[in-house]
Design a protein. Sequence first.
Length: 180
Amino acid sequence: MNGNFLRLPNIAGIPLPLYKSEQGRFFIGYAGNLKFKGTDACAWASLFNPPDSEVVMHVDRWTAACYSGAFTAELWLNAAMPGEPVETGFQTTTNFAVLPPAQPKVFLFYASSVAGRPRGALVCARRRGAQDTIVSDENGKFIFPPGGSFSVLLSQPGAPEAEAEGSVGFEWWEEPARRY
């Protein structure tokens, strides 16, 4: 070689969630011990973007599991969920190298053993067996301005007397809200 090296720009492609995590905008959350029994009771977990958050929420991934029997997971958008919501407290940034660690502006709520149906947009339902987990990669395509919500409802419509317990997890990132 003659010492003339090709100079290439320092560019690399990385997955978008990693990029958002490096920016301190990627978050994860979990709602466990979700209890529901029979055909009339359900449990749910929801990402809620408050009206004053000043961020747009992008849902990257959600998971749902039931430990005790077959279950149905329903995906609801911008829905009024039944029951009294409780904040989980189990949500965090994924990048602890950014100091101080970023705090999500989106809230993660849940409710167990509630009756009634949500009011909003039901977009899909998936049925799985006991000890199974649903993992759905959304890649940020579900986008919610302030005031929006993304909810997963768990039920056991085929087991009227069975008591069930499950969990729901979420991954999302937040972008500054833009005025359109």
